[in-house]
Design a protein around this ligand. Structure first.
Ligand code: C2E
Ligand code: MG
Ligand code: MG
Ligand code: MG
Length: 287
């Protein structure tokens, strides 16, 4: 034991580095396999109107039923896919499948995540349009979520893509807002219609005082720019009260529902429509 401790750092580092490399390579092979053998599936998590508690949309989230390791989350494998061209094929698969499964869901939006790697691809806008045509999914019901990190430093490269998508009627949402370094000044110059405030701020509401200040500030600035604010990871009624007080419009999180298979999401939407009928505004009736 004493002997190995005397070795240089690089020597002890090497086996671990090799292990990582091997793990990555085998994951890459398994991922390519997963696409061909239909091991991927989608779950849908509702987004709720804070005032009325009505479901306004669903976000599609990717799951991988690995033959040996059970159900894997994106955090377990997306980092590998993003290092290869596989991510673009996966993002296409997700968009196509989500559009097919959510088409008959009703008049709600469908949010789909797209990797920055995919957004930098030259043909991405054409591919999105082709998928919408093939599936018959209405563009105005689709919302593409991009992370803050996607737009930083890449702004020029993807500006054209974003403009094309937006001009086709697709909406764009800025995901995990607050975790990167984008400011609301960036946002003002992008065709973004929604900001999703990251879960880390929401879970600190009522816990750390600065979280409340940050969320309140983002909501206020978002409202003044005409951008919808969605809070992600809402787990408690207390957090929801904060959001309502600040004027955030939408919320998503375990308080309302975990991500669900499409059948369960459909059932949830029906129940939600019965429990919270649309508001009939008396001043509209007089027209
Ligand atoms: P995201 O887009 O911010 O998605 C929200 C994540 O928070 C989801 O994790 C969801 O299951 C989780 N979540 C929702 N409500 C709560 C809550 O109340 N509490 C807590 N603790 N967590 C909550 P998930 O499904 O593991 O996805 C993680 C990330 O992976 C996503 O973050 C998204 O960035 C990425 N991702 C997921 N699906 C896809 C996909 O199809 N394509 C791409 N490119 N990325 C994806
Ligand atoms: Mg998202
Ligand atoms: Mg998010
Ligand atoms: Mg997030």
């Amino acid at each position: 034991r004493a002997k190995s401790r005397r070795r240089g750092g690089a020597v002890r580092f090497e086996p671990q580095f090799e292990r990582e490399l091997k793990r990555r390579r085998s994951l890459e092979i398994e991922l390519a396999d997963a696409l061909e053998h239909e091991q991927f599936s989608l779950v849908f998590q509702p987004e709720i109107d804070v005032e009325t508690r009505r479901i306004v949309g669903f976000e599609a989230l990717l799951r991988w039923d690995h033959p040996g390791r059970g159900r894997l989350l994106p955090v377990d494998f997306l980092w590998v896919a993003e290092g290869t061209t596989l991510i673009t094929r996966i993002d296409s698969w997700v968009l196509r499948t989500a559009c097919m499964q959510a088409r008959d869901l009703g008049d709600v939006t469908l949010a789909v995540n797209m990797s920055p790697v995919t957004l930098r691809h030259a043909g991405v806008a054409d591919e999105v349009m082709r998928i919408l045509e093939e599936t018959g999914f209405p563009p105005h019901r689709l919302e593409i979520e991009i992370t803050e990190t996607a737009i930083i430093g890449e702004a020029r490269e993807i500006t054209d893509v974003l403009a094309r998508l937006r001009n086709s009627g697709i909406r764009l949402a800025l995901d995990d807002f607050g975790t990167g370094h984008a400011s609301l000044l960036h946002v003002r110059n992008l065709p973004v219609s929604k900001i999703k405030i990251d879960r880390t701020f929401i879970c600190n509401l009522g816990v750390a005082r600065d979280a409340a200040s940050i969320v309140e500030y983002v909501v206020r600035l978002g409202r003044s720019l005409g951008i919808t604010l969605t809070a992600e990871g809402v787990e408690t009624e207390e957090q929801l009260r904060f959001l309502r007080a600040f004027g955030a419009q939408q919320a998503q999180g375990y308080l309302f529902s975990a991500p669900l298979p499409v059948e369960a999401a459909t059932a949830m939407l029906e129940a939600n429509r019965k429990a919270f009928p649309a508001l009939v505004r008396p001043w509209r009736r007089t027209v």
